[in-house]
Design a protein around this ligand. Sequence first.
Ligand code: COA
Length: 255
Amino acid sequence: MQILTNREGPVLRLQINRPEKRNALTLEMYAQMTSALQEADRDPAVRVVLIHGQPDTFSSGNDLQDFVQAPPAGDDSPVGRFITAISRARKPLVAAVAGPAVGIGTTMLLHCDFVFAAEDTRFQLPFVNLALLPEAGSSLLLPMQIGYLRAAELLMLGAPFSAAKALQYGLVTEVCPDGPAAVRVAQATAAQLAAKPPAALHLIKQLLKRPQAEPLAAQIGDETRHFVEQVRSPEAAEALHAFFEKRAPDFAQFA
Ligand code: COA
């Protein structure tokens, strides 16, 4: 199983488990994560969802092979359904990250309520380097959360950045010494949340998210529409082939 789910009392643990591909997310993995999030929202016994990967890897983002072989076709694709599920989750989401947190491995964190990052976390929003576009509403949430100039830096340059910088920019709650420590702090936070009165907690989350709910849905729709075209573009084909051929892409030929 590449997505492991495990109930620990009121906490649903969701672990990304594809270490041989640095936890790159396939269509099947998105579908499993969507089901787990939906089930957590339905089941009153689940109070909190805890999301993490391995001690040295959160996720290298969307499986790049899938972008070539089965690119997303719209909102009703596995990634689209996952984005809808995580962006509308009613219950608190707590994430612990370490190592690579790339692409959707970073943008999904914008939908979490707490993010604990190991010191060695390497965040990256590399969409532009792949001739792709930001997703999961990140083109709205990122400037809202960290400010326009910082969002432009991370999205237009697409360079990796450290946990310290993520903390400084307001993308993470706390930096922890390593991956296991991040999971421990996340578990302790999940336990604290699980002991709170659930109706009040849900309403607080709903009220916090309310101002962004409608613009977010519209932005996700726009992002998806453009993404569906861009992932099929010649410049994206060049970038994706370059990754698998382990060479730098050459965009000089494109107007
Ligand atoms: N999709 C598919 N396969 C991926 C992948 C991805 N997103 N990320 C890594 N892999 C594969 C590699 O191709 C490699 O496979 P191989 O062993 O069959 O050659 C394996 O996972 C290990 O990756 P590797 O690059 O050797 O690990 P690393 O520790 O040196 O680097 C990353 C880790 C995450 C920095 C690097 O793999 C990377 O940049 N991946 C692409 C990230 C990306 O662009 N994601 C899409 C965002 S939209």
